[in-house]
Ligand binder design. Structure first.
Ligand SMILES: [Zn+2]
Length: 116
């Protein structure tokens, strides 16, 4: 259950951004979450509703966009996207090497937000 500290930090970021921009209400937050992240959309929203209830972000909708998993081949440096759910063996499409490093897929960040 590490959604709670993550959600708390998301809320703190949007609130401090809102304070600096004379925002009255935060309506929607677009959040990018890597496909390899085990953050559950439902829990993020639940914790957010709970933590934000006395703030201007109350009732804001979290729109979670899953970012693809990108790998980089250790042999030829080719970067490619993989569908983790479909693919069992990870193989570089350029040179068939099987040793690859993760470029993105585990991150989460706020893309933007809609305010009033
Ligand atoms: Zn390769």
């Amino acid at each position: 259950m590490h959604e709670l500290p993550v959600t708390e930090s998301i809320l703190n970021i949007v609130l401090s951004h809102a304070r600096g921009n004379n925002v009255r209400k935060i309506v929607r937050i677009n959040l990018i979450v890597g496909e390899l992240s085990d953050l559950e959309d439902e829990w993020i929203q639940r914790y957010f509703d709970y933590l934000s209830k006395d703030t201007i972000a109350r009732d804001a909708k979290l729109n979670i966009i899953r970012a693809p998993v990108i790998l980089k081949c250790d042999a030829c440096a080719n970067e490619f996207q993989v569908d983790i759910k479909q693919q069992k063996d990870i193989v570089c499409p350029e040179c068939s090497n099987t040793s690859c490093s993760l470029v993105s897929g585990r991150e989460y960040y706020i893309k933007d937000m809609e305010v009033q």
